[in-house]
Design a protein around this ligand. Structure first.
Ligand code: TXA
Ligand code: MG
Length: 388
C-alpha cells in the first residue's frame, strides 16, 4: 500500500503533527494509551489486539469493564483482517480453483459504509473465533463495534501504527465527552503519556452506533449520523428503530437507587423540553436559597438576557431578604449541527465558572436533535416538561 506520508489526504498535516503522530504510534506499539482527535469527540486509543493495552484505557478513565469499546480502523482492508474468514477455496478439492475474493463485510452494511465512512457511524460486526481482538474490547458481546473516523489524524494514527485502535471517548467516566484537547487534559492529566491536539471536534457528539445484524436494525446510540439519514439508505434500513434503553446505559449505576449519570458536568442540569416554560425569576431565586451562580444555555427560543430580566423583576417584588444570584448565559445558536458541536464544551465551560445549576433549553428530537436530547437527558437531574 501507499505509505501514509505519501497519501495525498495526509499532506494537509503539519510537520509538527507528523512528529506527534510518530511518537503516538511508537507509544501505541509499546502498549500505551494515547488521546487523539476524531471528528466526533477525542478518543483514548490503545492497541485493540493487546489486553494489557486495553486494560490501560479502562484504568485511565475509571470506566466499568463491562462497557465494550469501539475499534477504529483506517481502511476496509484493515477491518477485514478482524472479521471471520470467508469459506476458502484452499479447502476445496481442486487446487486449480482461484481463491474466491468474497466480501466478508456483511452486505447489509455496504450501503452505509459507502455513504457514511469515513465518518461518525459505528457498526456491530460478528467476532471470529478465535478473535484477533482482546476480549476486553468486546466484554461479553458476541459482536464488536467498528468505525472508520473521518479526522485525518485519527486515520493516520491507525495507518501509521498499523493497529486497530480500541478507543472510547477520552473523558473521565461520567463526564461530558471531550471536544478539545484541553478537556482531555483536565480529565486525564498524569494518567496518559500523550494527547495529540487537533483543535475542536467538528461534530461534537459521539458516533451513531447501529446493529444491522438483526431485523429490524437498531440504532443503539443516536449520534453524528441521524436516524433519518440512515433510513434514507433504503432496504432494511428504512425500518430502523431507535433503542429505548441505549448502548451507553451499559454503564450500570454504582449503587442501587442511584440515578444513572453520564455526560454530566459537576453542576446539576435542569433540562427544559420543547414547549416547557423557561425558568422564571422565582425558579432562579428558589435555587438561590442554596446556589448563587446559575448557568443558562439557550438554543432556539429563549430570548437573550431573559434570565437577568426575570431575576431583576423578581428581586424588585420580593419583600424578604435579597439574594445574590449571578447569571452565566451561553447560546448554542439554533442550527442543530451547531448545537451538537457546542453542547459538551458549554457544559464544561459553565462548570469551570463554578455554577451550581445549569438550565438548558431542549430541542425537538428530529435530525441532530435526537442525539442532543439523548445526551442532555442523561446529564440532567431534573427534566421540566411541557404542561398540556
Ligand atoms: O464517536 C465515538 O464513537 C467516540 C470516538 C472516540 O470514536 N467513541 C465513543 O466510544 O463514544 P465510547 O466507548 O464512549 O462509546 C462506545 C459505545 C457504547 O455505548 C458501547 O456500549 C457501545 O458503543 N458498544 C461498543 N461495542 C458494542 C457491542 N459489541 N455491542 C453493543 N454496543 C457496543
Ligand atoms: Mg463515552
Amino acid at each position: 500500500g501507499v505509505h501514509p506520508y505519501e497519501d495525498p489526504k495526509l499532506t494537509i498535516l503539519s510537520d509538527k503533527t507528523r512528529i506527534a503522530l510518530n511518537s503516538a504510534a511508537e507509544l501505541l506499539k509499546e502498549g500505551q494509551c494515547v488521546a487523539f482527535p476524531t471528528e466526533t469527540v477525542y478518543g483514548l486509543g490503545a492497541d485493540a489486539t493487546c489486553t494489557s493495552a486495553v486494560r490501560g484505557i479502562y484504568a485511565a478513565k475509571s470506566r466499568p469493564a463491562d462497557n465494550p469499546l469501539i475499534v477504529h480502523i483506517a481502511s476496509l482492508k484493515q477491518l477485514r483482517r478482524l472479521l471471520p474468514k470467508p469459506f476458502s477455496a484452499a479447502a476445496l478439492p481442486s487446487p486449480t480453483v482461484e481463491e474466491p475474493t468474497e466480501e466478508t463485510i456483511p452486505a447489509v452494511y455496504l450501503p452505509l459504509i459507502e455513504k457514511f465512512w469515513p465518518g461518525p457511524l459505528t457498526i456491530l460486526l460478528p467476532l471470529p473465533n478465535p478473535s484477533p481482538l482482546s476480549p476486553n474490547v468486546t466484554s461479553v458481546q458476541p459482536t464488536f463495534a467498528a468505525r472508520m473516523p473521518r479526522h485525518p489524524i485519527a486515520l493516520a494514527l491507525s495507518a501509521i501504527s498499523g493497529l486497530p485502535l480500541a478507543a472510547p471517548s477520552a473523558n473521565a467516566s461520567g463526564k461530558p465527552s471531550p471536544t478539545k484537547a484541553a478537556h482531555v487534559y483536565t480529565d486525564l492529566q498524569g494518567k496518559i503519556p500523550l494527547i495529540i491536539d487537533g483543535g475542536s471536534a467538528n461534530v461534537g457528539l459521539e458516533s451513531t452506533v447501529v446493529d444491522g445484524l438483526r431485523y429490524p436494525p437498531v440504532v443503539l446510540r443516536p449520534g453524528g449520523i441521524s436516524a433519518e439519514e440512515i433510513r434514507a439508505c433504503g432496504g432494511v434500513w428504512q425500518d430502523v428503530v431507535v433503542a429505548k434503553k441505549d448502548a451507553d446505559d451499559n454503564e450500570a449505576p454504582r449503587a442501587p437507587g442511584m440515578k444513572y449519570k453520564h455526560y454530566s458536568p459537576r453542576a446539576g442540569v435542569v433540562l427544559y423540553d420543547v414547549g416547557a416554560a423557561p425558568p422564571n425569576g422565582k425558579d432562579l431565586m428558589i435555587s438561590a436559597n442554596y446556589v448563587s451562580r446559575v448557568g443558562i444555555v439557550r438554543t432556539r427560543t429563549w430570548q437573550k438576557g431573559f434570565a437577568e430580566r426575570e431575576l431583576k423583576r423578581c428581586m424588585e417584588h420580593s419583600q424578604g431578604e435579597q439574594k445574590h444570584v449571578e447569571i452565566f448565559e451561553e447560546s448554542l445558536g439554533s442550527d442543530g449541527k451547531d448545537i451538537g458541536r457546542g453542547l459538551f464544551a458549554v457544559l464544561r465551560e459553565l462548570d469551570e465558572k463554578g455554577v451550581d445549576v445549569i438550565h438548558v433549553e431542549g430541542i425537538d428530537e428530529k435530525d441532530e436533535g435526537l442525539a442532543v436530547m439523548n445526551r442532555l437527558g442523561k446529564a440532567a437531574s431534573v427534566v421540566v416538561r411541557k404542561v398540556t
